[in-house]
Design a protein around this ligand. Sequence first.
Ligand code: PMV
Length: 313
Amino acid sequence: MKQIVYSAPGKVILSGEHAVVYGRPALVCAIDKRLTISITPSKTSAPSNQGMKTVEKGVRDFLKQKKIPVPELFFSYSVDSQIPIGRGLGSSAAFSAAASAALLELYTGQEWSLEEINNCAYKIEQVFHKNPSGVDNTAAVFGGLIYFRKEFEFLKTISSLSLKIPSSIEQNLFLIDSGKPEETTAQMVENVGKLYNRKGLLIDKTLRNIEKITKRIVVSFAKEDTVFFRKSIEDNQKELEKLGVVSGKTKSLLKHLQPFGVGKVTGAGGTLGASGFLLFYVEKRERFLAFIQGKRLESMVFHSSYLGLKKII
Ligand code: PMV
């Protein structure tokens, strides 16, 4: 049997992180940074790290549940990724998606549908992150701009939007690295859950507001309305702060960036230290670039990608 190679994109949650865990919609977009996994069948067992062991077990369980026999096969693998790890850009989901696709093919000798790979990747994300919504793996598998909603564990609405992010908006979007959060995604989701238990009414209002903002961002894309988009990003960040997922350090960074545009945390965030990547809409480009260079802040231009999971070999 020959080598199997798959690649999957990272993602940016434009709006709806955390709210999506509670059945509210999220607007997510795949980006042009990708993870590639190569699997080579071997005669003897090769070393795997914990992440790969989790995927291997997840894929085996997935097949067993479908009553598909799983052969005892050995393989070696390598992973090559352009997606920063543990900073909200979907590195874990891209790994779950690409590795699921490759192992499903290794064990069954056939390519699987995107829907089935997504179901399998979701099961694996549940092991990695305890209570994920499934938005990350969905973006990694399908690519493009997706309006995602989890109604129940068994019912997720995945709407691939036909509209694109208007270039008047996308050309001004940057991703700024505030640093790796000290907390994991699972811990951040749990923290919001605890806050919800303590302050149900208040958090419910915040989640409702986030839903409105998510919808407004879709409208801002449809109408190519940069002013409406800008306001929505600003409002989104305020709501995320109310959810307690933004650290003091990140709030201060955004304050320093205020003269050049508006930004929000994207992904799970972090409160103890850094909060991962920030999605930033730049209004004063030259001054912004000079500022981030002066402060030695890591940043990249946001590029949406319509290419989801892809079989390379
Ligand atoms: O792991 P991250 O940083 O990409 O965040 C995932 C988004 C959350 O809404 C916080 C959790 C989820 O599973 O939807």
